[in-house]
Design a protein around this ligand. Structure first.
Ligand SMILES: *[C@@H]1O[C@H](CO)[C@@H](O)[C@H](O)[C@H]1NC(C)=O
Ligand SMILES: *[C@@H]1O[C@H](CO)[C@@H](O)[C@H](O)[C@H]1NC(C)=O
Ligand SMILES: *[C@@H]1O[C@H](CO)[C@@H](O)[C@H](O)[C@H]1NC(C)=O
Length: 326
């Protein structure tokens, strides 16, 4: 017989190369397609998508050899059901942050039971889409006690898979999760109380972590959960009362004030001056507070380079460089 037909001989080499490269190409395509999804789910992990997420995380891990997670934090943003715009902004802000290395920080929105028809439906839709909301069994107008409800609920909800730390923050605070993870990583995992100690620069017996945001170790949350009498001990400002619980319980031990890396927002257009809890944005920030309006959020996110991924396109012209003169 003759050698293989010329057509076969011609076809073989050009087919053989793509076939040989196919597994490699699939991996590249897979990583490109899932890298975004992957990043979002680390911050706003969605149990609705757990099935797919698990696979993509495992595969991505296999190909990028990410170091294993050694720190897990549950961070609750205490807000109100009808603050839809603020939640949208916070989701955007946290999902565009570079994910912390070797840490998982689950950012979740927290509020009391939904008593309005529109909120029940609209929040249910948000949960379908994002699955990042925790509804506590309390009423929004309750006079104190929301902090107890929050810290006592988390250990019960996640008893099977405890976090290392549980945090609570305001909806006008922006935590930088990688910086937070780095500062928590080498701290004790028991009796830890981390945040911004206020009043600052005054060594008072009743100093407490400001409501801008604070983190406690899991054992403290579990202790709160198991100490039912604290539920009715909320005479005063909740965040100050919280520190009182720790003192009374002998757990005011590993106390870490993060000044000046946590602070209230200030820019030069504001009449306020610099004081120990307020200054202009700085690079190694852990958290900024008092982001009360869109302009403050915009300037903060710009400062922390959240717009860095913005690409030119024929679809728009947005000048991010000549924004304002102060
Ligand atoms: C993933 O989903 C499929 C179909 O819904 C289900 O049969 C399977 O048990 C799920 N796997 C995991 C790990 O949850
Ligand atoms: C919510 O709290 C109320 C009042 O304390 C209680 O009666 C009810 O059983 C709680 N609901 C759930 C689902 O735990
Ligand atoms: C933002 O990016 C610029 C350019 O890469 C860099 O010089 C600057 O330090 C970054 N700012 C912050 C707050 O990380």
């Amino acid at each position: 017989m003759e050698t293989p037909s010329p057509s076969f001989a011609r076809v073989l080499p050009s087919r053989a190369i793509p076939l040989f490269l196919l597994p490699f190409l699939l991996v590249v395509i897979y990583l490109v397609v899932f890298s975004n999804d992957f990043k979002l789910h680390e911050v706003f992990g969605s149990s609705a998508c757990n099935n797919g997420t698990t696979t993509s995380v495992q595969l991505a891990d296999a190909y990028t050899a990410k170091p294993p997670v050694d720190l897990r934090v549950f961070l609750g943003v205490v807000t109100r059901p009808d603050f839809y715009e603020r939640r949208a902004l916070l989701r955007l802000a946290y999902s565009l942050q570079p994910p912390p290395a070797r840490a998982v920080i689950d950012v979740r929105f927290v509020f009391c039971n939904l008593d309005k028809e529109e909120d029940r439906v609209l929040v249910a839709l948000e949960i379908i889409a994002h699955d990042d909301i925790l509804v506590l069994n309390c009423t929004e107008n309750m006079d104190g006690g929301k902090t107890y409800e929050y810290f006592s609920t988390i250990p019960r909800l996640f008893a099977d898979e405890p976090y290392d730390y549980v945090g609570k923050t305001d909806d006008d605070t922006y935590y930088r999760l990688a910086a937070l993870a780095d500062t928590l990583r080498n701290k004790p995992r028991h009796d830890l109380y981390h945040g911004f100690l206020t009043p600052c620069h005054q060594n008072l017996a009743w100093q407490y972590m400001s409501g801008m945001g604070y983190i406690v170790s899991w054992d403290i949350a579990a202790w709160i959960s198991a100490t039912e009498e604290l539920r009715n001990d909320h005479d005063g400002w909740e965040d100050a009362v919280f520190a009182g619980w720790l003192r009374k319980g002998g757990r005011f031990k590993n106390v870490y004030g993060e000044e000046p890396r946590m602070y209230d927002y200030l820019d030069r257009e504001m009449p306020d001056g610099v004081i120990c809890f307020r200054h202009e944005l700085m690079a190694d920030t852990v958290a900024v507070h008092k982001l009360k309006d869109r302009l403050k959020w915009a300037r903060t996110l710009k400062f922390f380079n959240a717009t860095q991924g913005f690409k030119p396109s024929k679809m728009y012209h947005v000048d991010l460089y000549n924004l304002y003169r102060v």
